[in-house]
Write a protein of this length. Structure first.
Lengths: 332, 332
DNA sequence: GTGAAAGCGCTAACAG
DNA sequence: CTGTTAGCGCTTTCAC
């Protein structure tokens, strides 16, 4: 059976009014006289009327849908961001069209095309590295857009995130302060991880700290990647004193490998992660990591979009630094 | 600037054909003569035409969108299922409209209304416990629907999952075989966790195993809930020998609490989790848990829907048991 | 406060 | 293989 063939005109007839009136009751109840409104609402309930939102979208060119694109939902940090985003957007009456790129920039552009074809009212992207096409299409579309999980000077529209370079520097500074001298880095092979490495490396170089031994794995990275990566790092530099992992999953794997080898953490090796997953506080030893408020990041993005979409007074700033902090625990 | 005001008629004019022809080139290229097709494709590229999919949906009543509803994305198991679903659906040319209920059945019904209003081509729900309205609306809509993460005899349309009761029984059997006698259960306060408890309890009773001490927390549950819950369980029954947690997050918390108290696991207490998160194998001690192929579950759901949506020959079975297995590790 | 008319941009039939 | 004729079901003016 096809979707309830009850149309707005049926409701109108049942309530003894014109279609527009039904439409008004649905979208702006206060613009209709209480008695009329009640009659319409009853007819709607009686008939079980389900408005076809696509028709509405076509007529009004407002879809009440926002598109969001993440590399993968399997990384808890992105899932948390989407959780926050979806919650806020839902409360504001918007729905979430979600796509995954698998860390592929071309896949991202295809998703943008598809979402734009859907006439989404706004877009959320992950990161600030996109194809030229993504930038131009989004700018041409002129819809509110927020890029997440990083910062940059010339966002497509808005950015909400933190400086990945600065986070890397902060980790280096911390490790340096703890007296570590031989540094390693274990990363996912993607833009934001590379920026963390950049900051880390720069701060270490500035302090005269020598080379950073590096290994990276194709994202999405796993605990096993972390374990294997640490083994490689250790093979390349047996005297390694500290390793910064571009995410907590890798760090958990590194910790696991240390346990297997009987390598004392942080006694012989400091291990630092990134993003502060809940398990970071519960593992052995508790993981020192960079705390990112992933869910709040998504909520913030949602709030910004809701504000922009509501065409209310006031300019909305383009750059939103939500910062980060070091969660100092025992591993480093 | 509004979305590129290039219409299909503009493309048609530029290519010297009728609108339908453009439409055909876009939806079924082979149905158009090569020369015409090429001309149209060039015009599309030249003008940067972005078809308005909402207009198409309205005219054809096929949206190429599937709606999915989960309690929360913050639980890795649901996020993984959505990852698998989205991947498969994307490959089949469908997009994912995602909603979170926060474990609220009424919220679920509202989402169903909204999605149906969007004329989604199919729906994916979590669990088999829904309001009567959800059932009837979905059945009336007559779209392919799959319920996930559980099993039942009379699905709305299709189910793909496993028996939560049987999983609970299997855990009990395992613990019983290991000689445990005083059982506890730590659960999230939601349908599937309750079913796991049911099976667990039944199997224990059948073996003459006495009462099961129980504590539950409001979902989504955290590691802290697990730690606190174990403390409560121990307060109620200090001689506790085994605790089955309705998910790995709670189990991780329980493990943490044991460590704090110096309670030997599994020496003094067996701890068993559920879902087999990646960390389950990496924590200390490695967690015995019930392995659920969360991502494959989502892929399977996507495949079923794709098959049904493609109106190809062959009936599609309604009930799909993907099973579960015990991941026996050290904690229990 | 309510209604009438005129589309929104595309696809479904059916012709030719 | 291509074009013509009608809508899909709602919202938008602009009157009254």
């Amino acid at each position: 059976m096809k979707p309830s063939k009850v149309l707005m005109s049926d409701v109108a007839k049942a309530a003894g009014v014109a279609r527009v009136t039904v439409s008004r009751v649905l979208s702006d109840p206060d613009s209709v006289a209480p008695a009329t409104r009640a009659a319409v609402q009853e007819a709607v309930a009686q008939l079980g009327y389900v408005p076809n939102l696509n028709a509405g979208t076509l007529a009004s060119s407002r879809s009440r849908i926002v598109g969001a694109i993440v590399p993968t939902l399997s990384n808890a940090w992105f899932a948390d961001t989407m959780d926050g985003l979806s919650k806020v957007l839902g409360a504001a009456g918007y729905q979430l069209l979600l796509g995954q790129t698998g860390y592929d920039a071309d896949a991202e552009e295809k998703l943008v095309d598809a979402f734009l074809g859907r006439r989404v009212d706004a877009m959320v992207l992950t990161g600030t590295a996109h194809t030229a096409g993504v930038r131009s299409k989004l700018q041409k579309a002129g819809i509110p857009t927020v890029e997440c999980w990083d910062l940059c000077d010339d966002p497509i529209d808005m950015v909400v995130g933190f400086s990945n370079e600065a986070a890397g520097e902060a980790v280096a500074a911390h490790l340096l302060a703890r007296g570590r001298r031989r540094f390693g880095f274990l990363g996912a092979d993607e833009d934001r991880a590379r920026k963390r490495l950049q900051g880390y490396r720069a701060a270490i170089a500035r302090a005269g700290g020598g080379e950073v031994v590096t290994r990276s794995a194709a994202p999405p990275t796993s605990i096993d990647d972390g374990a294997a990566g640490l083994a490689q790092l250790l093979a390349a530099e047996p005297r390694l004193q500290a390793v910064f992992c571009s995410n907590d999953t890798l760090a958990l794997g590194a910790l696991l490998e240390c346990r297997r080898r009987g390598l004392a953490v942080p006694g012989e090796l400091s291990v630092v992660g990134f993003s502060d997953l809940p398990v970071a506080a519960a593992c052995v030893p508790p993981l020192t990591t960079v705390r990112i408020a992933s869910r709040e990041l998504g909520e913030r993005a949602g709030l910004l979009l809701a504000r922009r979409l509501s065409r209310e007074p006031g300019e909305v700033p383009r750059i939103h630094d939500i910062g980060f902090s070091l969660a100092l625990r025992e591993s480093g």
